[in-house]
Design a protein around this ligand. Structure first.
Ligand code: FES
Length: 153
């Protein structure tokens, strides 16, 4: 499977900076993604680990491809006030996580719980065929996070 970023495992991958992300973008592989996704890859919104006071719940999940995503949500009265992510995965995983956080910020947990991989794919104006599954990683991580939060409250 083609990767936009070289594979780095979890701790190192989670700590990589935006500059590090951008330097690893392979021009040939960028051609496989639409302009919207490329823009998101170059300027991923909500990347990074927030401060403890900005985290109500966090959850990491590793998909069958071996890539791990971690989401962080600040929730108040059932509304997601802030959403962040990190991932050691492919470029599409950066785009799907970033898009997911943008879709759920300011929305209710009920809304977030109902999101499906196709919603992320459509919001991204179409992932390449061999990266459709990357949206599943984002949604599976999100659902595990919401279940964890519900168990906690
Ligand atoms: Fe694993 Fe994209 S290949 S999330």
């Amino acid at each position: 499977m083609m990767k936009i970023f070289s594979k780095k495992k979890h701790k190192k991958g989670f700590n990589r900076s935006i500059d590090d992300l951008q330097t690893k973008i392979n021009e040939k592989e960028i051609e496989e993604h639409n302009d919207y996704i490329v823009e998101l890859l170059q300027n991923p919104k909500n990347w990074g680990i927030p401060s403890d006071k900005e985290i109500s719940v966090s959850q990491a999940f590793t998909g069958p491809c071996g890539d791990t995503m971690k989401l962080f949500l600040k929730i108040k009265d059932g509304i997601i006030e802030k959403a962040n992510f990190v991932t050691d995965g492919c470029g599409a995983s950066v785009a799907t996580a970033s898009q997911t956080t943008q879709l759920i910020e300011g929305k209710s947990l009920d809304y977030a719980e109902k999101l499906k991989p196709i919603d992320i794919d459509e919001a991204l104006k179409g992932l390449p065929e061999d990266h459709k599954h990357c949206a599943e990683l984002a949604i599976k991580t999100l659902r595990r996070l919401i279940n964890k939060y519900k168990d906690k409250i």
